[in-house]
Design a protein around this ligand. Sequence first.
Ligand code: URA
Length: 434
Amino acid sequence: MRVVDLIEKKRDGKELSKEEISFLLSEYLNGNMPDYQMSSFLMATYFNDMTANELLEFTMTMKNSGDTISFDDVRRFLVDKHSTGGVGDKVTIVLAPILAALGMGTTKLSGKGLGHTGGTIDKFESIKGFSFSNTRDELVSIANKTGIGLMGYSDRIVPLDKKLYSLRDVTGTVPSIPLIASSIMSKKLAIQSDVIILDVKVGDGAFMKDKEHAKELAERMIEIGKGVGKKVKVVLSNMDEPLGYSIGNANEIIESIEMLKGKGPEDLKEVVYTIASLALKAKGEIEELPDGKEKIDKVINDRSALQKLSEFISESGGDGNLINNYNLLPQSKSVLEVFSKKEGYISKIKTEEIGKAAMIIGAGRATKDDIIDHAVGIKIFKKVGDKISTGEKIAEIYYNDGKNVETSKNMILQAYTIKNDKVNKQKAILEIIE
Ligand code: URA
């Protein structure tokens, strides 16, 4: 077999066999296929797509390129919830304790933030002393005690994805649906779970900018799941405005805790309730999604979900009392209030700009090696559909280093479009695909 023949086959729109895909990927992983040949293959894939068989084989070969983690010794129904990333996305922090209180377990790898999007690892690491499990034994022990098994990504899991993604990033092939689907699903399938629930964010602040492409991605990921007999459910959720009101790290922990006290923002609640209901349905505890509400309300009202979060924080080296004492989180030195220069109704929020406005004051990373400041962030006061008057507060910027704060303020103001006519509020869940 020769790599060049397989590139030509893909270029000509013919289907590659299982053996051919496995040969191609192993040649690349072992360093026998140069980047220029893989770049050519990726571009041919970008234009010619993959068949269902190719996609499954590609994903499974990626998955098998590194370690896989089994959780046979975690005695719970295991949910792996994955988000494609957004601004203010704190769903895991709220959802995992709710699932734990409902008797399920979360086993998942979490990521760090990059660019305008945040990461669950960074949010939890704003808690003093907190560290993610480094070993599987530690993870299993915490997951058995608390029902929450979160671990940071390791280079040993799907190493091929890291290599391919770096190449895609510089060859214009990141936005290929089969390449995104295989990248995400190979990492999901490397971790044992009973159901995978994918939260595909759609809109300005998301990787998928429109619903049509997001739906196509969702369907391809479900197709991979079917190929390996794995339950995969997808929600398409709105990222045409930040999720909730807080963007940053410590401040997103606070908003998550407030949600577990029953005081969270409506859009965050809608996403969390939908995903938790999908998990309950996958487990066989409810027939229809709306039946989940009563069960979820109960673990919020009796504070058992909040208690789970506190236990998880304590088990991970932090102070679980922070659920009642936010002073245990890092605080920024200064706050800049941002006031609207116009009046009317908020018709649009350029979400990516808000994410970047938070990033430049230190809440996020422009490059992988940047150090973040967990105390800083942005709180917005207005969402799409809200009425605002001239001079009314639109946001607060929590900062330590004033260098970029004026730029951040201008970015926030420019991110908002204010119109005279009334505008409807946005729905948080755009579609559920089971
Ligand atoms: N997220 C991933 O993990 N991979 C992609 O290719 C895109 C988004």
